[in-house]
Write a protein that binds this ligand. Structure first.
Ligand SMILES: Cc1cc2nc3c(=O)[nH]c(=O)nc-3n(C[C@H](O)[C@H](O)[C@H](O)COP(=O)(O)OP(=O)(O)OC[C@H]3O[C@@H](n4cnc5c(N)ncnc54)[C@H](O)[C@@H]3O)c2cc1C
Length: 302
């Protein structure tokens, strides 16, 4: 069956796109591998009407809502390839088989590339965090650390000082320049140059950082802004232009969330910075409505 749209990735962005296509009484196939970026966190914060909800439960509810529409097909699993064909696009599935549609939405998200510090990855989303707006309040007033991973860590440390007493852990990299040090000083941020050997604390929580010289630094939450990578090479395979973002590659889109390839839309973390679930959902809405209107007003050239 030829669908009007295929959405690759069924989370905040993809399901928000799909529901608008379905509500326009068009057929849409959602392919989802089931690993949203925030799956490591027990609670998602700041989403309209859902502050503190469990991320997996939020997505499951949205999936059920979308699946209720009669023109929706849901496929659990990964899309492994996509290519342009005569009347649209063909997507190959990991489980075998292919689906075709007139339009595509790419919403397959990104993965965080965490630094290799013992004890860090198992605390990701619990006490090791990327975004103070998402999880800073819950640690507010505590002892905050920022782990240097890039020059923008200085900016992150200056910001996070609003949530608690903050130390920038340089983890063995050179001291920031004079202007950056002055800015950190104005914000009351301490600087710790020593490499970090390990993170310590109970199940998911953090109590201290063990430094290479044997000292420990009491810390309640550690923030970092890691590099990231797109979860799938499908955007590149289709010929979509990518840009260099501050954390990794981003799929280039216009205000309608159309990529540089006619008929291919992209939404959510793969196509923007900064990232959060609300922005991803909003981009999905834009992509879904733009896609529907393109079906009406802009048939693709044969
Ligand atoms: C630890 C952590 C905590 C966070 N907490 C918050 C918070 O409290 N509040 C907030 O607003 N934001 C939070 N975020 C940010 C939020 O998770 C992202 O902005 C949001 O998930 C992006 O939505 P998305 O739909 O673009 O991508 P994702 O939610 O990552 O979804 C992408 C989906 O595509 C699927 N997929 C990947 N590849 C394929 C493929 N080839 N075929 C089919 N499907 C595929 C994935 O399995 C996944 O289901 C947090 C992020 C992290 C890392």
């Amino acid at each position: 069956m030829q669908h009007d749209a295929i959405v690759i990735g069924g989370s905040y962005a993809g399901l928000s796109a799909a529901i608008h296509v379905a509500r326009a009484r068009r057929s849409v196939c959602v392919i989802d591998a089931g690993s949203p970026r925030n799956r490591f966190a027990n609670a998602s914060h700041g989403f309209f009407g859902q502050d503190g909800a469990n991320p997996q439960a939020m997505i499951a509810t949205a999936r059920e809502e979308v699946a209720r529409y009669p023109t929706v097909q849901m496929i659990a699993g990964a899309a492994i390839d996509a290519r342009a064909v005569a009347d649209g696009f063909e997507v190959a599935l990991a489980g075998g088989g292919k689906v075709t549609a007139a339009r595509l939405v790419l919403a397959f998200g990104i993965s965080d590339l965490l630094p290799d510090v013992p004890g860090l990855s198992e605390r990701w989303g619990r006490s090791v965090l990327h975004c103070p707006y998402c999880h800073g309040f819950e640690h507010g007033g505590g002892r905050m650390g920022v782990l240097w991973v890039a020059p923008m860590s200085v900016h992150q440390a200056a910001l996070i000082a609003d949530w608690g007493s903050t130390t920038l852990y340089l983890n063995g990299t050179a001291l920031p320049d004079t202007a950056a040090r002055a800015m950190l000083d104005r914000r009351g941020v301490s600087i710790e140059p020593a490499p970090v050997r390990a993170l310590q604390g109970g199940d998911g929580s953090l109590s201290s950082l063990l430094l290479n010289d044997g000292r420990t630094a009491a810390t309640d939450a550690l923030f970092l802004a890691p590099r990231s990578q797109l979860n799938s090479p499908i955007a590149e395979r289709l010929g979509c232009a990518l840009d260099d973002g501050p954390f990794g590659k981003i799929v280039r889109t216009d205000a309608a969330r159309l990529t540089t390839v006619p008929g291919v839309y992209a939404a959510g973390d793969i196509a923007r910075v900064p990232h959060n679930a609300s922005w991803a959902a909003a981009d999905g809405v834009t992509a879904g409505i733009s896609l529907h209107q393109s079906l009406v007003f802009e048939p693709l050239a044969a």
